[in-house]
Design a protein around this ligand. Structure first.
Ligand code: SF4
Length: 514
């Protein structure tokens, strides 16, 4: 039996049970093993996609383990962001200070890699020993002629959300440096997409087709020069509101650029995002282009989404993500697949976010703020979910419980934004839920999952099944007791895959003929 800590009870709510008064935006409870990361981690995820900048971590080498290899972000050009540098502070610097080492590392790295700018991240130990990072950065900036920006991201200063704020403040020091390069009136900045798997390119292509110029992406596939002139854009379009609203507000206050919060996940939210931008510029041609784009894309993907739905209808999902905005889109996207959201939570949601989540979720849905692995496991078992959508820290929870998993965080390798991303999402959810492997998970062996596999297809097409068994001897298992079940499960997946592949080929052929 899993017990909820008394001090955590106010941060969870089951829709339909009592008044809604969810506590949120609190520091994590000691001992509850929050899934939130440290301040440095928050600033790193926001800043590191700036691909032509140097990223130097001032602290012990362990903090620098948090590299591009763990959290990827694609670049269409330079890839300096893939290298992780650390001042590797040791006992001597902890006693006598690390400023000399920081100065030496910065000058050596700038000479070797010739970056367009440098970000220097202060970690916990810097907050304790009191190095004057600001002064060292200012000195190197004067000597090198490039912006050298301190990031005040000492890990213990708060949570990951405070790291987002530190990153926004660092980025703000870059903005406004380029006053010369002209920017057209119908122009935007994309804030809060990090191009983890090529999403920024999908979104930019939509705006290109609509006739809107993207001045800068902050920070997916980011470039220092583009960020320096981003203050000339007419509108900021903020996707990851948790991380980027602070920057959007600073740009609004200083440069008068309004901002709109959007999401590019799912069909409605992607369409809404594009229409929001089109309506802002109030240009008939732009609106027509947007309508055309949305119609074509929805016509293209919707039949396939419906097809996936036939296999996924009535499944149940748990969602636990960083920002609540993503959770909104996921609830809606899952609904297209006939999947009910049984549990939904975020690390950084605020009162307004959770109120909206309550509005869009079904009765009985558990809404949870800043949860931990034990709570999540308890709710997943109670609700008997088929799928968990989360990030790298949630993945083992799903696998240990024998539940399908969809990575919707910084570690993903599949673009999930835009209309194309919706199809990828469906494919990912389908592949994971329908995988035959779950029936052999010890945690699920006694559950009703086993029965969900028996769709009767073996009996409906015995000849094809026998042929499949002959052609795929590896699809079974050496365990004689499970041989038939495993083969049947693989067979089920095989025919479903074939059906979907057949439909896709047919549609591609039609497109080719047109
Ligand atoms: S909590 Fe401190 S020591 Fe740990 S990774 Fe973050 S900055 Fe480094």
């Amino acid at each position: 039996m899993i017990k909820i800590l008394d001090a955590r009870k106010k941060q969870m709510y089951e829709k339909g049970k009592g008044d809604f008064d969810l506590a949120c935006e609190k520091t994590s409870l000691a001992g509850s093993v929050s899934q939130r990361a440290c301040v440095f981690c928050g600033s790193r995820v926001v800043l590191y996609p700036v691909a032509d900048a140097l990223h130097l971590i001032h602290g012990p080498v362990g903090c620098a383990a948090y590299t591009w290899d763990i959290r990827g972000s694609l670049s269409s050009g330079p890839e300096l962001h893939r290298l992780s540098f650390s001042t590797d502070l040791r006992e001597q610097e902890v006693i006598y200070g690390g400023e000399k080492k920081l100065y030496a590392a910065l000058t050596e790295l700038i000479a070797a890699y010739k970056p367009k700018a440098a970000f220097v991240y202060a970690t916990c130990i810097i907050g304790l020993i009191g190095d004057d990072v600001q002064a060292v950065c200012a000195k190197v900036q004067t000597e090198s002629g490039i912006p050298v920006i301190p990031v005040h991201s000492e890990g213990f200063r708060g949570s990951k959300k405070d790291g987002y704020k530190a990153a926004c403040e660092a980025l703000f020091r870059l903005i406004g440096k380029d006053e010369i390069t002209p920017v057209p009136k119908q122009s935007i900045n994309i804030l809060g997409d990090f191009n983890l798997a090529g999403e920024t390119w999908i979104i930019k292509e939509y705006y290109r087709q609509m006739g809107v110029e993207v001045v800068s992406c902050i920070t997916g596939d980011g470039r220092v020069d583009e960020i320096s002139r981003s203050h000339h854009a007419s509108l900021n379009v903020v996707q990851c509101s948790g991380s980027m609203t602070h920057l959007a507000k600073m740009m609004e206050d200083t440069y008068g650029i309004p901002f709109k919060r959007v999401s590019y996940f799912g069909i409605e939210d992607t369409a809404d995002a594009l229409y929001t931008v089109a309506r802002y510029f109030d240009d008939p041609l732009l609106l027509r282009n947007t309508e055309e784009l949305v119609r074509t894309e929805v016509d293209r993907i919707y039949p396939e989404v419906q097809r996936y739905r036939t296999f996924l209808e009535n499944k149940k999902a748990a969602i636990y993500v960083g920002g609540a905005f993503k959770a909104f889109s996921l609830v809606k996207a899952l609904r297209h697949l006939g999947i009910q959201t049984a549990i939904v939570g975020s690390q950084t949601g605020n009162r307004e976010d959770y109120e909206y989540l309550k509005e869009i979720c079904d009765e009985g849905t558990i809404i949870v703020d800043d949860t931990n692995p034990l709570e999540l496991s308890k709710f997943m078992l109670e609700k008997d979910v088929d799928l968990l959508i989360g990030g790298v820290k949630e993945r083992p929870i799903a696998y240990k419980l024998g539940v399908a998993f969809c990575d919707h965080n910084h570690e993903r390798k599949l673009a999930l934004a835009g209309f194309e991303g919706m199809l990828n999402f469906c494919q990912e959810v389908y592949s994971s839920i329908m995988s035959p492997v779950w029936q052999f998970s010890p945690a699920r062996i006694n559950s009703n999952l086993h029965s969900k596999w028996h769709r009767g297809s073996k009996d409906e097409a015995p000849e094809a099944y026998n042929q499949y068994v002959e052609d795929h001897p590896q699809a079974g298992t050496r365990d004689a007791a499970n041989e038939g079940d495993m083969m049947n499960a693989n067979w089920n997946k095989h025919i479903i895959d074939k059906e979907i592949e057949g439909e896709r080929n047919e549609r591609n052929n039609k497109t080719a003929v047109c």
